[in-house]
Design a protein around this ligand. Structure first.
Ligand SMILES: Cc1ncc(COP(=O)(O)O)c(C=O)c1O
Length: 296
């Protein structure tokens, strides 16, 4: 028998099968909660300060109690117990409740915290090296100007529906009701045109991704021009290269859209440079190494 999978529920490390929540939990009933997914390198959570800051911002927006910063240390401990030192950690924060009432009881302001860990997806190195194909959907899943979409809430249905509706192995690209591209189902989009690195503005409902934030900083530090703008589908098809970012994939080339190649259809030079800069950033932050293998 393998060793029991560990989780941390409300700060207590438990075997997975012993971890349970009341059926009145508002995360379950109403999606009243937020979460963070972080990558570990050598057992240490990368960019933990940034993830904590985003969680604090979103907790404030939803009037949830702020997450304690030591949650991130506990996350490293759970990952160690599960043998996921090179894996991923998810930290979930939901609002506790003793009733099913829609309005939360003003006298109970407690939050449930849950830490789970997992290994990285197997196809990740391949994705980073060779890239992925993007596919738009016949319906919009983002609206311009809705701030709620800028928070990493546990309401994940738009991404789940998008994943359901694209062919296996392709990445769903989410459109806004205004006809612009916003982001992918679980990552942000970047593209390069005439010496500038672009990403869709947050007003398109894109998540302010931690990897997006890091890439914007890395590019600016490398003296690249960067801009946050609207992205019509045509502009992505006319880009010289494109890539996707999130905390697990770091930066992965986006080589086609709806079957048409983006640029040469192969991973581009700027993508490769960002991958190299990312690996150095990991070294600086947690002393480990970014996982991207050289692409040529
Ligand atoms: C919808 C969406 N956009 C973007 C991202 C990228 O966010 P991050 O860079 O913080 O991992 C995610 C992460 O899962 C996501 O779910």
């Amino acid at each position: 028998m393998g060793r029991a999978v560990k989780v941390a529920l409300n700060g207590e490390v438990l075997d997975l099968e012993n971890a349970s929540l009341p059926v009145t939990e508002r995360g379950l009933l109403y999606g009243d909660g937020i979460f963070e997914t972080l990558r570990l390198y050598g057992g240490r959570a990368f960019a933990a300060g940034r993830h904590h800051a985003r969680m604090v911002r979103s907790a404030k927006f939803l009037s949830l109690p702020a997450p304690p910063p030591d949650l991130f240390l506990l996350a490293e401990e759970v990952a160690r117990l599960n043998g996921h030192q090179e894996g991923a950690v998810r930290i979930t924060l939901t609002r506790k409740s003793e009733t099913t009432a829609l309005r939360p009881d003003p006298n109970t302001s407690a939050a449930t915290t849950l830490i789970t860990t997992r290994a990285l997806p197997e196809g990740l190195p391949h994705m980073q090296r060779y890239g992925v194909a993007g596919r738009t959907l016949p319906y919009p899943l983002r609206a311009e100007g809705l701030t709620l979409q800028n928070h990493k809430t546990i309401n994940y249905l738009p991404s789940l529906i998008a994943l359901r509706d694209v062919p296996e192995g392709e990445v769903p690209i989410l459109e806004t009701t205004g006809g612009n591209l916003s982001e992918a189902a679980t990552s942000n989009i970047f593209w390069v045109k005439e010496g500038t690195l672009y990403t869709p503005a947050l007003s398109t409902g894109a998540l302010p991704g931690i990897a997006r934030e890091i890439v914007l900083e890395l590019a600016a530090r490398a003296s690249m021009k960067v801009a946050e703008v609207l992205l019509p589908k045509k502009a992505l098809l006319e880009a010289e290269e494109a890539f996707l970012t999130n905390s697990l994939i770091e930066a992965a080339p986006l080589t086609s859209l709806d079957g048409a190649p983006i640029g040469s259809g192969a991973p581009g030079e700027v993508t490769r440079l960002i991958q190299e800069l990312w690996a150095k950033e990991v070294l600086k932050d947690v002393g480990g190494e970014g996982s991207t293998e050289p692409m040529s």
